[in-house]
Design a protein around this ligand. Structure first.
Ligand SMILES: Cc1ncc(COP(=O)(O)O)c(C=O)c1O
Length: 396
C-alpha cells in the first residue's frame, strides 16, 4: 500500500516574486528539448545564444586557472586584473575614461539589470524601457512595484525610434531609462543622432540610464554608440556588458557593469549579499578572452551576417510575413500579421507541427504583438530548412 502525504503547506510568497515575470525563450527551449527526446528533429531558433563553441584559447585559460588552484573566493567586485582589463577595453571601445573601480564583475550580464533596479527603483517610480524588449526589464519593473512605461525602440532599418514619443513619456516620476542597442528582439541599433537626442533628454530630466550593450560587438555595419560617451552622461549611465554573446560563453556566467562612482560600490555590496563573487577561475578565462585574438569574434559576426540575410530574405518571401533587416544582435523580428494567424498560435504551431522553435513576439511586451522572434542560432542550411518548413505550414 502506498501512503500519500495529505499534508498541505500554505506558503505565503512575497508579492514581489508573484509580480515577477520570466523568459519565454527558456520555456520554448524546454518544450523543444522534450520533443527532441521523442525523436523529433527540431531547428533551434529560440534561444538568445550563439551556437558557436567558446574559443579554445579561453577554455585552455580556464583549465590552467583550475590547475593553478584559482578555486577559492574572489573579491566581490571582481579580480583587480580583470577589472583593469575591462576598464581599458570599455575605455577604448566607447571612447571614455573608465576607472577600474567603476567595473563590477557579475555572474552574467543579467544581474546588472537586477542590481540596477535594486539600487535605484522604488515603488511608484516610473521606469521607461524598450517594448518590444528583453522581458527582464518589464519583469523587474513589476517586481519592485514600479510603474511600467514601455517605449517602442524601433525595429531596424525601416522603423526608427520615435524620440519625441520618448520625450513625452518622461515625467517627474521617471527614475530610470533602459536602453538596449543593439536591441533584443528587434535588432535595432540606435545611431549617433538618436543617442545624442536621448542624452539631451536625460540631462534635461536628470535621469539615470541603464545601457544594455551586451550585443555591442555584433554589428552588421555602422558603429556602436554608447550613451555613456555623450557629454555629461558618464556619471549617470550604467553600462551592462559581458562575455556571453561576444565569446559564446553563455553558460560560463560572466558579465559586468561599468557604473558611475556613486553606484559601483552599491553593486559590490549587492554582489556580497547575493553571490559573494563571480566564479574565480572563469574570471581568469575572461581575462584571456580580452587579451586574446579578435578573429573568433569577427568570424562569428560574419557567419551571423550570412545567416541574417538567409533568414530575412527567406522570411520576406513567405506569404503574409515581413521582416526588417536587423543591424545588430542576432535576432530577426518578423511581422506575421499578414498570415492571419495570431503570433502566439503561429509560434506554437511552428514548433509543434514543423519543429521550428521560435519565440512569440508578445513575450517581449505588448509592442511585440503580431511578431515572432527568430535567432540566428543555426547554420544557413538549417535556416533555409526552417524557412521551407514555415512555407509548408503557411502555403501548403
Ligand atoms: C538584452 C539582453 N541583456 C542581457 C542579457 C543577459 O545576458 P547574460 O547571459 O550574460 O546574463 C541578454 C541575454 O539574452 C539579453 O538579450
Amino acid at each position: 500500500m502506498t501512503t500519500e502525504s495529505t499534508e498541505t503547506t500554505t506558503v505565503r510568497l512575497a508579492a514581489r516574486v508573484e509580480r515577477m515575470g520570466t523568459e519565454a525563450a527558456f520555456r520554448v527551449f524546454a518544450r523543444a528539448r522534450a520533443l527532441e527526446t521523442e525523436g523529433r528533429d527540431i531547428i533551434h531558433l529560440e534561444m538568445g545564444e550563439p551556437d558557436f563553441p567558446t574559443p579554445d584559447f579561453i577554455k585552455d585559460a580556464c583549465r590552467t586557472a583550475l590547475a593553478d588552484g584559482h578555486t577559492g573566493y574572489a573579491p566581490a567586485g571582481g579580480l583587480p586584473a580583470l577589472r583593469e582589463a575591462i576598464a581599458a577595453d570599455v575605455a577604448a571601445s566607447r571612447g571614455i575614461p573608465v576607472d577600474p573601480q567603476q567595473v563590477v564583475i557579475t555572474p552574467g550580464g543579467k544581474p546588472v539589470i537586477f542590481f540596477t533596479y535594486m539600487a535605484l527603483v522604488e515603488r511608484g517610480d516610473e521606469v521607461i524601457y524598450p517594448d518590444p524588449g528583453f522581458p527582464i526589464f518589464e519583469s523587474m519593473t513589476d517586481a519592485l512595484g514600479a510603474v511600467r512605461v514601455p517605449w517602442h525602440p524601433g525595429s531596424g532599418t525601416e522603423t526608427r525610434p520615435d524620440i519625441d514619443r520618448l520625450a513625452s513619456l518622461m515625467t517627474d516620476r521617471t527614475k530610470l531609462l533602459v536602453l538596449n542597442s543593439p536591441g533584443n528582439p528587434t535588432g535595432i541599433v540606435h545611431n549617433k543622432q538618436e543617442i545624442e537626442q536621448i542624452a539631451a533628454l536625460c540631462r534635461e530630466r536628470d535621469l539615470v540610464v541603464l545601457s544594455d550593450e551586451i550585443y555591442s560587438r555584433i554589428l552588421f555595419g555602422g558603429e556602436h554608440v554608447s550613451i555613456a560617451a555623450e557629454p555629461g552622461m558618464a556619471n549617470r549611465t550604467i553600462i551592462l556588458d559581458g562575455f556571453s554573446k561576444t565569446w559564446s560563453m553563455t553558460g560560463w556566467r560572466l558579465g559586468y557593469a561599468v557604473a558611475p562612482h556613486a553606484i559601483a560600490p552599491v553593486f559590490e555590496k549587492l554582489m556580497t549579499n547575493s553571490n559573494s563573487c563571480a566564479v574565480h577561475f572563469v574570471q581568469h578565462a575572461a581575462l584571456a578572452a580580452l587579451r586574446g585574438p579578435r578573429e573568433p569574434i569577427d568570424a562569428m559576426v560574419e557567419a551571423f551576417r550570412e545567416r541574417r540575410d538567409a533568414l530575412v530574405d527567406g522570411l520576406n518571401a513567405l506569404p503574409g510575413v515581413t521582416c526588417d533587416r536587423p543591424e545588430g544582435s542576432f535576432f530577426a523580428f518578423a511581422d506575421v500579421r499578414g498570415t492571419g494567424l495570431d503570433a502566439d498560435v503561429l509560434a506554437g504551431r511552428l514548433l509543434e507541427e514543423t519543429g521550428v522553435a521560435c519565440v512569440q513576439g508578445p513575450a517581449f511586451g505588448a509592442g511585440g504583438a503580431g511578431r515572432i522572434r527568430f535567432s540566428f542560432a543555426a547554420g544557413v542550411e538549417r535556416i533555409q530548412e526552417a524557412v521551407a518548413r514555415m512555407r509548408a505550414l503557411l502555403a501548403p
